[in-house]
Design a binder for this molecule. Sequence first.
Ligand SMILES: [Cu+2]
Length: 461
Amino acid sequence: MTGGAVAAAAVSKVALAAIPEPVIQTSPDTMPPLHPDTGRPYNPVVTLNGWTLPWRMHNGVKEFHLVAEPVVREMAPGMKAHLWGYNGQSPGPTIEVVEGDKVRIFVTNKLPEHTSVHWHGQRLPNGMDGVTGLNQPGIAPGKTWVYEFVARRPGTFMYHPHADEMSQMAMGMMGMWITHPKVPSALIREADRDFCFMLNGYDIEPGAYTPKIMTMLEFNLWTWNSRVFPGISPLCVRKNDRVRIRIGNLSMTNHPIHIHGHEFEVTGTDGGAVPLGARWPEVTTDVAVGQMRQIEFIANEEGDWAFHCHKSHHTMNAMGHKVPTFIGVDHTGISKKMVKLLPDYMAMGDRGMGDMTEMDMPLPENTVAMMTGDGPFGSVEMGGMFSVLKVRKDQKPGDYSDPGWFKHPDGTVAYEFKGLVREPQRNSSAGKGSMPVKYSADVPKNLEVKVSKPGSSMSHE
Ligand SMILES: [Cu+2]
């Protein structure tokens, strides 16, 4: 049997004979990679705050068992969300195979409504594509269906329902799929560290547990694998490692993913490996909705490097967005009084938000501070889609444990200048600067700008 679905007769026999015991995992910690004990050896991926689904070999077919079900996901210490996911978690476990593998996935539906699984990006028989109504009926609650195909194309893929999609994806149903190449090549090299995670977003009111699934744009929790900083694991690597990070986006907006201290290349997209001549160095790459991006670099700069989405509102946790800007307003002493009256009051843009953590603002039940995370120099003032790449020369190969904060060599940390600082020379506001203001003769100097507002005021002009 080559290059197609496994014969249908084999399916029913196997389904009747036995179905692999579902493996459930509920810890939000990053689980160690799952080294293959069959087939071609490869360096397995590490799913940030996630895990890889174990499989069994059955007559030459790799068998997995996914269980779609309600789950409780800790998004960060102190906050749990009631989501839907697979095998105890949202996102579901990463499925990892090798190009050419015959794969059989049993999907059991323990949700209160029908579902299906679409294998995003895969080449497969049309009837295995998982679009409810188009390629198959929905999998009814309590039923188990079987998908079978050959992993034909190496790369980074995703899986998600194609049934009541808006609700099911807003509730956290998604996962990653990695197909390693049969033979490593210049296009797909072996990496020393191979990380993966999904970008997702939730709208969960502080104090609530269940996402509002009707939300289209105003999400308040921007997550990597349904976790927010400081709940996202650091990416711990050894100096000079070749690091690959695979990112899939099933949130409702794009995320420019940015790394500090290194340049990377996008070595793969949804469509496969990027040809060598089409790669260029970057420090930020946009991952649009429904896309996968695979970035690679040599981690040759020691330190604790920020790694985050560059939309500043995506590195914050739940907050109100209807907060006025108080930059320039002296609110000395006011903040503390206000907090007593309005627990979620925050004066923004004055002394930084780190203050707020130090003030021990009372938080409602089940939420995380908007900007938080203690670093070696104080509050990191971040949340949401933020993590740290930790590059150490003494990190052992295969060791993903957190080495603690970077110990900077003497003389390599920014420092305060203690000498005399002169007042800066400023251009005068009267127009005697380097570019003096010119008025044409027919424009009065004290021109008032008249603004026409739409509506009733229009008729006044
Ligand atoms: Cu973002």
